[in-house]
Design a protein around this ligand. Structure first.
Ligand code: DGI
Ligand code: FE
Ligand code: FE
Ligand code: FE
Length: 187
């Protein structure tokens, strides 16, 4: 699917603000893919579709998690986590994206997973550092991302976990396991 068509499909699903975020993620994902040697076209497509399901109702997302037999522990955790796996499903079945690497990059863009692929890392990090993001610590992660993809990913997950801890929120086990996996395997 060409970029213009993909963007038109996504634009109908999300708010203007979220669409501007998506354009930022596309820009950041292309840069990171070029820098670290990921497939640029797949990174672009995953970035375009990554927040496709962001505005689906909690009820619809819960139904899809159940009917498609996704990880049931998602339902114990904040619904912010749901749009990623539900998005991968809807992008395949509504938008017709078939590429499983692209779908996995969408599926794991919020939690990460143990053994993330290069493409998944690029999309995860692009979502965190895109030019429209302004939260504390993002500039430091942008600087690390100039040179070291895994170190930037670790820094972004650490920031996310600190943010959740400060708000007394539960941390999804996959987030912690992703963090540990990257720490264990960093060069
Ligand atoms: O969809 P975006 O806002 O662009 O970004 P995202 O898909 O990375 O989602 C970020 C949201 O998900 C943010 O509000 C924090 C939340 N989140 C990420 N990891 C965890 C989490 N929430 C909980 N409860 N536990 C997590 O491990
Ligand atoms: Fe998201
Ligand atoms: Fe993210
Ligand atoms: Fe996003």
């Amino acid at each position: 699917m060409n970029k213009e068509r993909a963007l038109r499909i996504v634009k109908e699903q999300i708010t203007e603000h979220r669409y501007q975020h998506t354009l930022g993620v596309v820009q950041a994902a292309i840069k990171l893919a070029e820098r670290f040697g990921a497939d640029v076209e797949k990174a672009e497509q995953a970035a375009i579709f990554h927040d496709y399901a962001k505005f689906r109702s909690k009820e619809e997302m819960r139904d899809i998690i159940r009917s498609q037999k996704m990880d049931p522990k998602l339902l114990d955790h904040n619904e912010e986590l749901w749009h990623a796996p539900v998005g991968a499903y809807l992008v395949k079945h509504e938008a017709g994206v078939e590429d499983e690497e692209v779908l996995d990059a969408i599926r794991f863009h919020t939690s990460g997973r143990v053994g993330m692929t290069l493409l998944e890392k690029v999309v995860y990090l692009a979502d965190y550092i895109e030019p429209g993001r302004h939260f504390p610590g993002v500039e430091e992660v942008r600087e690390i991302a100039e040179k070291d993809l895994d170190a930037a990913l670790i820094a972004s997950i650490r920031n996310t976990m600190l943010f959740l801890l400060k708000k007394n929120q539960a941390i999804f086990p996959d987030t912690v396991e992703t963090y540990n996996d990257l720490i264990f395997n960093k060069g």
